[in-house]
Design a protein around this ligand. Structure first.
Ligand code: G6P
Length: 613
């Protein structure tokens, strides 16, 4: 969701900014823009659509300049078009600003500015911010830094901004609150990004800008960080470990497919160093200090959004079943507003791939305010959520570029399995043999996923039959119910086909009314303990002429006979089934979306990292 990249240094800024924007494409956007300072003064170019449209737009224009700011916009206020795209500027066109986040009181500020003679060209909240900075700058003894501090102090909402001043081509000003912003320190040059991906080729030395901090970035010399009331802050320089090759497609047609195929390795990476089969050892280093608290917890609350919420639901099944602690799973967006009782002895686990989801962050802040212990399960190292929680464990799934989450999900589930086993072990619930058997089986999961991936051609052929379906139902029981929801979400996200995920037994309380010969039903029937019940449900679907695509355990002849199509997957412990049964669902969604010629990696209207409410 919205991406920022900026540059100041000796090199030409335009190619760096364009490549940086391309690296941020995965976040989701609908327009883009760039501002540079050169002999023509402040040059601003903006285009609706893809970055390629922006490149087309700037052909034969002056793109010189060694300082610049650039942006991909995901529309919140005002439709996606050339005017509403960033950068925005003040009326005299000497300040240009890129902004991520939402200024909640922009209406009030706009009224005040209009009263003071300001005119507006766009419907955006971001234009209000740059005009507000201009307004503040006119106060006595106020330089640009002070104007930014004053403007941001009167703003309610979230922001990550970078500001360019036509009259000072030797300085950028950046600031942030609740929206991520990171500064890259190169060789006599600085970069600014919503994350580090735009400048990874040049530096791995970064500074994460803190909440309500303003940074002056000079062409030469050290950066200066202050708070909004002008107190100096010491910069903390960190080194990030991110592999540049992980950003390439590696021979796959789409990042999503590459990431689906990476799951055997990404799951291994989640487990690496945390379990040892021989000694039956199982440890999550990041949350060691909270292990006792977890073992003695009376209640665990899981907060998350989207796919991470589905992983959270599996977390509930796992922790309750294995570790016998009551768990509640909340949409972060609901939790933050519904005045739920939260107690100091509650443990809240926040799950997030990006670590930047605004609703999840807000839920964390609320839980902390109520005195609860907050642990994080994040993929992106150093992300806002990783820093906001008391402690946490990284999933180590590697960078996920496809907007529809795949490998991050299976890594989250793997981590929740490890956490459940660790708590169960700590509580003395698991017999040593039982624990060993579970750990051994967990280590076999990557190989079993590889076996499912070998079926990709067969899954592709089957999926293409359903290219033009308008509705899909996904049904599953127990551990496969969250998987059904995740399968439906994948299909919705990337193929734009309406899909619902339901617990199989709930079918008769509503969804059964939808079933006819036009409605494919994906039935995940891989839990032996419910075998007979699954058969009855499938028969109910067939009796209404529904078309059944079943996900079954290898050799399940009975369900095979009843199904129109089936995909066999290897057997495992029921607790681990989701790690395998979700893979064919990811592939079904992928191949249907490809057959429908959809933009798989950047589906319309969606963003990878949702940094606004
Ligand atoms: C967006 C993404 C989803 C993701 C959700 C939560 O909606 O498109 O794929 O599941 O945000 O994101 P998080 O980074 O917190 O897991």
């Amino acid at each position: 969701m919205c991406g920022i990249v900026s540059y100041i240094g000796p090199k030409q800024a335009y190619p760096l900014l364009i490549n940086g924007l391309k690296r941020l494409e995965y976040r989701g956007y609908d327009s883009s823009g760039i501002a540079l300072i050169n002999n023509d003064g402040l040059c601003v170019y903006k285009s609706k659509g893809k970055i390629a449209d922006l490149e087309e737009n700037v052909k034969n224009k002056n793109i010189e300049g060694t300082i610049g700011i650039a942006h991909t916009r995901w529309a919140t206020h005002g439709e996606p078009n050339n005017v509403n795209a960033h950068p925005h500027f003040n009326e005299t066109m000497d300040l240009a600003l890129v902004h991520n986040g939402i200024i909640e009181n922009y209406d009030t500020l706009k009224v005040m500015l209009k009263k003071n003679g300001y005119h507006f060209q766009t419907e955006t909240d971001s234009e209000v911010l740059v005009q507000l900075i201009d307004f503040m700058r006119k106060k006595p003894r106020t330089n640009l830094l002070k104007a930014v501090q004053l403007a941001l102090a009167s703003v309610v909402g979230a922001y990550a901004i970078v500001l360019l001043d036509k009259n000072n081509p030797n300085q950028l000003i950046a600031a942030r609150k609740s929206s991520p912003l990171v500064i890259g320190i190169g060789d006599n040059e600085y970069f600014v990004g919503s994350d580090a991906t735009p400048f990874l080729d040049f530096t791995k030395k970064v500074i994460y800008v803190g909440d309500e901090e303003v940074v002056v970035i000079p062409r030469r010399g050290d950066i200066m960080i202050t708070t909004l009331d002008n107190t100096k802050v010491d910069p903390i320089v960190q080194h990030i470990e991110m592999d540049i090759t992980a950003l390439e497609k590696g021979g796959f047609d789409h990042f999503m497919l590459k990431e689906i195929y990476e799951q055997p390795e990404s799951i291994m990476d989640t487990m690496r160093g945390r379990i040892n089969v021989e000694d039956c050892y199982l440890q999550l280093g990041g949350i060691m200090d909270y292990k006792e608290k977890l073992i003695n917890a009376k209640r665990i609350i899981i907060v998350a959004c989207g796919t991470s919420w589905h992983a959270g639901l599996l977390g509930e099944y796992l922790i309750e079943n294995l570790a016998r602690i009551p768990v509640e799973v909340e949409y972060a967006s609901e939790f933050r507003y519904r005045n739920a009782p939260i107690f100091a002895d509650d443990i809240v686990i926040a799950i997030s791939q990006s670590g930047e989801t605004a609703d999840t962050l807000a839920a964390i802040e609320l839980a902390k305010k109520k005195g609860a212990t907050v642990l994080g399960i994040c993929n992106v190292v150093g992300s806002s959520i990783a820093r906001a929680t008391n402690a946490g464990s990284y999933t180590h799934a590697g960078q996920e570029i496809g907007v529809a989450s795949t490998k991050a999900f299976t890594s989250q589930v793997t981590l929740l399995i490890l956490m459940s086993l660790m708590i169960a072990d700590g509580k003395g619930i698991l017999e040593k043999n039982q624990k060993k058997a579970l750990i051994q089986e967990l280590m076999r999961i990557p190989e079993k996923i590889r076996k499912v991936l070998e079926k990709a051609p067969e899954i592709q052929r089957m999926s293409e039959v359903f290219t033009f379906a308008r509705n899909f139902l996904y049904l599953g029981r127990a551990y496969n119910y969250p998987v059904a929801m995740e399968g439906a979400l994948k299909l919705k996200e990337i193929s734009y086909i309406h899909a619902e995920g339901y617990p199989s037994a709930e079918m008769k309380h509503g969804p059964i009314a939808l079933i006819d010969k036009e409605t494919p039903v994906v039935f995940i029937a891989t839990t032996p303990s419910n075998h007979q019940k699954n058969i009855s449900n499938i028969q109910e679907i067939k009796a209404r002429q529904g078309r059944v695509i079943s996900i079954i355990l290898e050799g399940d002849e009975e369900i095979k006979r009843l199904s129109d199509f089936y995909i066999e997957i290897p057997d495992t412990e029921e607790e681990f089934t989701p790690l395998i049964s979700v893979v064919p669902l990811q592939l079904i969604a992928y191949y249907i979306a490809v057959a429908r010629k959809c933009n798989v990696d950047q589906p319309r209207n969606l963003a990878k990292s949702v940094t606004v409410e």
